[in-house]
Design a protein around this ligand. Sequence first.
Ligand code: TYM
Length: 341
Amino acid sequence: MARVFSGIQPSGSMHLGNLLGALRNWVAYQNEHQAVYCVVDLHALTSAPDPAELRQSTLAAASMLLSAGIDPERSVLFVQSAVGEHAELAWMMECTVGFGELRRMTQFKDKSGRSEFVSAGLFTYPALQSADILLYDTDLVPVGDDQRQHIELCRDIAERFNRRYGDTFTVPTHVIPEAGARVMDLQNPNDKMSKSLDSPGTVGILDDPAVVARKFKRAVTDSDNEVYYDPVAKPGVSNLLGILASATDRSPEAVAEHYTQYGRLKADTADAVNNLLAPIRDRYLELSAEPAEVVRILETGAARARSVAAATLDRARNNAGLIPRPSFHSPPDGSDTGTKP
Ligand code: TYM
């Protein structure tokens, strides 16, 4: 059975791009594969979020994954910082990736260009992401198109480590959906839909149905009133076609054949999206009443994740020449309590 791993940042609220680009594949994969999914709170620290907000959004992200259909009986669901092996292997990844490779990452260029303070963590972000993936002997990484470059870098890191130190890591492959891999902002269809940018062109998974309908109604298109799929020449219309195709499991070209007017296309896309979101919103409301249950699921998930991650980290440490960790046993009589006399 193939092992699947993916992660999502807890910053901001989840949006339609996350759902169509990633989460729907996460849910599909848990039936056929061993799936491990993670809320990556350490990655969120790269932008120094408010501590209370980070705490709240970490649990909200986990609740959202459960609401979107992640089943804790079939998948391992946990929070990254609960499994210390991620941060430790990240250091070994930083020592394996090149400065020039990190400098070429387009996400780093975008995000650092927008921030006043650029942390070293934002720069080494893909090393931590590689640690996330490699700790679980991952075969497949379901992500949206914007993560392609990070997963390709992770493959290079794994291969370099294996060449240096002998066979240690499984080299993973990204899985990117045909439709929905790059959901664009409804107001700026040349920018991808993003949760960190507060835009009226972002459709939140928890948006009210009337708000969703309004956002689609106001979506930016163009003035030539012809419906066909061409993301370069017609980014706005093609984005709508891509969303409707993904929401109804068709190709954008096949969807385009049914439309001659932008108005109908917008209304049908809004309806299809609302149909997709309605059950997720309902489950999210139910789960909000049971925060302790979400915490319990995450604790169980962290214990299961750690048992895999610890074995992989030991293998990596050993192959790289780090001597085994001493095991600290208390003496049977309990005389050494560790406190000073
Ligand atoms: P994040 O939190 O930005 O996004 C989570 C997932 O949603 C996808 N996505 C999109 N797909 C289509 N259209 C969009 N507009 C859109 N916006 C986001 C992303 O591609 C992603 O799959 N670095 C990662 C988190 C991460 C990770 C990992 C992923 C950390 N460790 C290990 C995979 C494996 C990130 O910031 O995703």
